[in-house]
Design a protein around this ligand. Structure first.
Ligand code: ZN
Length: 487
């Protein structure tokens, strides 16, 4: 019987963050052994659900190993990574290998002493199973390395940011892996470094057009798959930056030339696909005081815990309170201590609370507020595409001026208005909704907003690329230099 082995290991490591990512960080978010597909799908397990269904329909045996997902923070501890890796390898040994191995990995995981966890893990899997077809699915915020490509047969990244295409990409990887297993195709992969470091939102016209251009190349002229890894900018690793990946059917030269031509085409678009963001004062100056119609949604980009920020920074809320803005909703504030206090106090109680500003220096100072506990909800979730992401216990705290704040005890960015509406907050009645996220919130919030403002707030993951200092890669990248290919 044909055997499919699959596993998932996912976190996006912000090497500038002082918060270590240990086993507790994975347990808090999603840690299952062999049972992830018994749970509702989240972003990184959508692929596992699909692969299981496809393989079982063919009568294959499915061996499901570890799924470990942590909200991004600093380096994964050496012991945690070693234990997860050994767990997966042990399962593979116990199974006596597999015919097809599919891994759902993030691609930007860094552990203490291991800069390229995905390359390291996949190499170890390859050593155990030299003959297996190995396919890897990655978030596009990854560091695509030659080590990973050398160890695998197929690599595909998401194409969309927000990542609403996890399932179609998993389906493509399944299809290509199956055709490879059946001997119908022989994948050859090549990378091209685009010499760009930035954040690229694929719902903007220039990026949407480029995604369409990549897709138009697929499935013709010997090209099987095209992926653009955007890179994860808050990581001081040798392979940080955008890369073009092309997979062809048994044509290494075509893979290399197509990766280069598409990679250079992306570089030519650098000014069109890169945005400039207003700072906090500029953004808040535009918030009027007249009667609210549809709310303005403001992204507190630099406190996106999904990129490793603390998720409890107080810069924007302090400014809102200082300006006396009313009819505001703001979340999610990661504050387990305040949540515990509110749980003890109970719904309907008014109290003084020290809010936020606790996790790390980029959190800013805590805010001392007076508020009323409007609602407490246990075990909330919020959708990111079809997947449901956990948000732990959430508390709706109302401050003066109908400023509604949502605190929770699980570090996670805002993906969906459910982060507010689950508690009973009516966003349509708000003048301003502040979300701690970079872009994943965009689609469902844009549907209810009069305007979406992406704001370069103070914080750990500021979109100011010029402020980032890398020691592990060369300086030949845009926007650090104008013409990195001429150096
Ligand atoms: Zn991502």
């Amino acid at each position: 019987m044909t055997r499919l082995f699959m596993a998932c290991l996912s976190t996006e490591t912000n090497t500038f963050s002082p918060i270590p990512t240990g086993r507790t960080g994975y347990e808090a978010y999603f840690l299952r052994h062999g049972t992830a597909t018994q749970e509702p799908a989240n972003l990184m397990t959508e692929s596992l659900h699909l692969w299981r269904v496809q393989a079982e329909a063919l009568g294959w045996e499915v061996i499901e190993s570890l799924t470990a997902i942590a909200e991004p923070a600093g380096l994964t501890t050496a012991a945690t990574y070693a234990a997860f890796k050994e767990d997966i390898l042990n399962d593979l040994r116990k199974a006596g290998g597999a015919d097809v191995i599919l891994l759902s990995l993030h691609g930007a995981m860094v552990a203490e002493g291991v800069e390229d966890c995905e390359g390291d893990l996949t190499q170890a899997v390859r050593e155990l199973c030299p003959e297996a077809i190995i396919g890897v699915s990655l978030d596009l915020h990854c560091h695509l390395t030659q080590a990973l490509l050398d160890a695998s047969d197929l690599v595909i990244t998401f194409k969309e940011y927000p990542h609403d295409d996890a399932t179609p990409r998993a389906a493509e990887l399944w299809d290509l892996a199956l055709r490879t297993y059946r001997g119908e195709i022989t994948p050859r992969m090549a990378l091209f470094e685009c010499r760009m470091i930035g954040i690229y939102l694929t719902k903007t016209p220039a990026m949407a057009a480029f995604v369409a251009r990549m897709q138009a190349e697929e499935g013709r002229g010997g090209v099987l798959s095209v992926s653009l890894s955007h890179g994860f900018v808050w990581a001081d690793v040798a392979d940080v930056g955008a890369r073009m990946l092309v997979v062809t059917d048994d044509d290494a030269e075509l893979a290399a030339s197509k990766a280069e031509s598409l990679g250079r085409a992306f570089f030519e678009l650098r000014h069109d696909v890169t945005r400039r963001y207003p700072d906090m004062a500029q953004a808040l100056d535009g918030i009027g005081t007249d009667a609210p119609g549809k709310p303005i949604v403001l992204a507190d980009m630099s406190d996106n815990s999904g990129a490793g920020a603390p998720g409890d920074s107080t810069f924007v809320l302090r400014e809102i309170l200082d300006r006396g803005l009313t009819d505001v909703a703001s979340g999610l504030y990661f504050d387990p201590m305040a949540v515990a206090i509110c749980r003890d106090a109970g719904e309907g109680v008014s109290l003084s609370l020290r809010l936020g500003g606790k996790t790390e220096p980029a959190s800013g100072a805590p805010l001392d507020v007076q508020g009323r506990i409007m609602a407490i909800r246990e075990g909330c979730g919020q959708h990111l595409g079809p997947g449901l992401e956990p948000m732990g216990t959430a508390v709706w705290l109302r401050l003066a001026g109908n400023v509604d704040v949502v605190l929770n005890n699980l570090r996670v960015q805002v993906y969906h208005p459910e982060a507010f509406t689950h508690l009973g907050i009516d966003l349509a009645r708000k003048r301003l909704v502040v979300v701690k996220s970079t872009f994943h919130f965009f689609t469902p919030f844009a549907a209810l907003a009069s305007e979406v403002i992406f704001c370069a707030t103070p914080g750990r993951v500021s979109p100011d690329m010029q402020a980032l200092r890398y020691t592990r890669r060369d300086g030949r990248y845009w926007p650090r230099v104008d013409n990195p290919f001429d150096m």
